[in-house]
Every structure is written in C-alpha cells, then in structure tokens.
Design a protein around this ligand. Structure first.
Ligand code: ADP
Length: 179
C-alpha cells in the first residue's frame, strides 16, 4: 500500500484509539501536565506516572516509551515538543525530530500502528498550519521509507485542526503529482 493510504486523519480523543502506540505531547518532566498529556494520564491510570518517574525526563525533540496501562493502546510514546518562540530557536527542526524519534521508537519495538496528536500546537503555541506541514511531511517520509509501519493516524482534537490537516495533505499530494 502507498504511504498515503497508510496515513489517516481523524478528529477525536486519542485516548480512545486502539493502536500499538499513542503519542503523548508531554513536557520534559514526563510527569503529566495539561491538555492531551493530562487526558492520557487520566485514562491510563496512576501506573503510568510511576513508570514515567523511572525515565528521568526527556529532552525537547526526543521521545521515550512506556506501557499503555488502562488505555486501549498498548504503549504510550512520550515526546517533548518545542515551545513556540517566534520560530528562530530551532522549533521547526525540534518538532520534526519529535515525529522522527517517535517513529524510530515504534520500529525499535516492532510496533506497526501509531497515533499522533498535533504536538506543540496547544499550550506550547506552535502555529497549527506550520506544525501540520512538518508533521505530514515527516510522517509520509517515514511511511515511504519503512514498510513495517502499517498505519499512522493523525488524531486532531478540533474540527478546525482536522480541516487544516485535510487541506495540507491535499496540497502535499498536488505538489507531489506536479513533480
Ligand atoms: P502542547 O503542550 O504540546 O502544545 P497540548 O496538549 O496543549 O500540547 O496540545 C496539543 C494538541 O493536543 C492540541 O491540538 C490539543 O487540542 C490536542 N488535544 C488535547 N486533548 C486531546 C485528546 N484527548 N486527544 C487528542 N488531542 C488532544
């Protein structure tokens, strides 16, 4: 199957997805926070934070894996996105690295399906259109390079984000067709 056919864009709550791994937009402490991080910890139960304590945090742009506990997902990949600060502090490269490292971890653990939230675009303030182009570009590249990845879901929380993802994917498709 082509890379595009293995990429799905949906609107919903990532905590409800039955996949090998869901990605958490965590903060560097890995000890929980607001937004999707809080929702994942609430749904997974207190054992998740216990395992996270042993990971001793995570650097921006990197990712670490735990079990999924009470979630339908088997694992949680915690990645730390950059806080948007005008775009001159390597935010683009750090965000791309979150997607890349998460996919690397999934492959290291022989997982085949993964769901991502819109990392950094909530409390961390990364502009959604720009983040979306980075996310979709990298995820399509990962799918093309690695046949072991069966399914990647971009799980948008709002209808607004979902529309941006759909539109951006169309644009990328048109650009590829024109090349
Ligand atoms: P960050 O600190 O990386 O910006 P946030 O959790 O504030 O992380 O926001 C990241 C994205 O996750 C936002 O698009 C937000 O709307 C979304 N989000 C919040 N809760 C959920 C959820 N339960 N499922 C999927 N996405 C969610």
């Amino acid at each position: 199957m082509s890379a595009e056919n293995r990429l799905q864009i949906i609107q919903g709550d990532i905590c409800q997805l039955d996949v090998d791994a869901i990605v958490n937009a965590a903060n560097s402490s890995l000890l929980g926070g607001g937004g999707v991080d809080g929702a994942i910890h609430r749904a997974a139960g207190p054992e998740l934070v216990n395992e996270c304590r042993d990971l001793h945090g995570c650097k921006t742009g990197n990712a670490k894996i735990t079990a999924g506990y009470n979630l339908p997902a088997r694992h949680v990949i915690h990645t730390v996105g950059p806080v948007w600060d005008g775009g001159v502090y390597d935010e683009d490269a750090l965000l791309l690295s979150c997607y890349r490292r998460s996919c690397e971890l999934m492959r290291e653990h022989q997982l085949s399906s993964i769901a991502f939230p819109c990392v950094s675009t909530g409390i961390y303030g990364f502009p959604i259109e720009r983040a979306c182009r980075i996310a979709l570009g990298e995820l399509l590249a990962q799918l093309s390079a690695h046949a072991s990845i069966e399914r990647i879901i971009c799980c948008c929380f709002s209808r607004y984000d979902h529309e941006i993802y759909d539109r951006t994917l169309e644009e990328l498709r048109d650009n590829n067709a024109a090349e």
